[in-house]
Design a protein around this ligand. Sequence first.
Ligand SMILES: C[S@@+](CC[C@H](N)C(=O)[O-])C[C@H]1O[C@@H](n2cnc3c(N)ncnc32)[C@H](O)[C@@H]1O
Length: 207
Amino acid sequence: MLEELKQANDYIYSKLNEKNTFFLELEEYAEKYNIPIITKEVKEFLRFLLSTNKYQNILEIGSAIGYSTLIMSKTLNDNCHITTLEIDKERYDIAKSNFKKSNNNNIDILLGDALDIIPTLNKKYDFIFIDAAKGQYQNFFNTSYNLLNENGLIFIDNIMFRGYLYKEYPKRFKTIVKKLDNFIDYLYQNHDFTLLPFGDGIGLVKK
Ligand SMILES: C[S@@+](CC[C@H](N)C(=O)[O-])C[C@H]1O[C@@H](n2cnc3c(N)ncnc32)[C@H](O)[C@@H]1O
């Protein structure tokens, strides 16, 4: 099954062809400096999903160099406002400069721990994208859920953490694996939730 999933992903990859040179540059930069960004098939799905709705206010937890932020903004023709949160100063600076290079003035990036920043936000969002420290996913969800509008969507990337939720994993990840597994149980039991088995696992919650 795993081998088939990989083959399916390879097949999808073979069909995808990013033409935007700035996005290609960011992909190369991320690969060169080992910065985790959304995978190609997640990017494709995220684009498709966003294009089916008029999302106006987006909250992103985990900007890295601003790649997924810019993908989301571009998908919505920059007719949206994105607040994106990043804890790492160096990545924050790079993301900020990438937003400037692409002339985006619809994006606010805030530096700090999302768990400290989210309670200070006094806005509501139609779409929340969670893509930061896996061990904090339940906390990111709990603190941001109240900021989600009715009919809004939360997109949780990498929720199956490199497949370690269903296959053997290095002992050092035991706590994160347990937390994510409990989080998935919590979401199934308490929310309108679905789990998609591609990328690193995508969780979707509808309010
Ligand atoms: C997977 S990367 C984000 C990738 C980005 N969304 C993309 O696809 O282009 C996760 C980022 O979350 C940041 N991060 C981790 N814990 C955080 C926290 N508590 N608050 C804010 N950012 C955090 C990390 O520094 C890292 O840059």
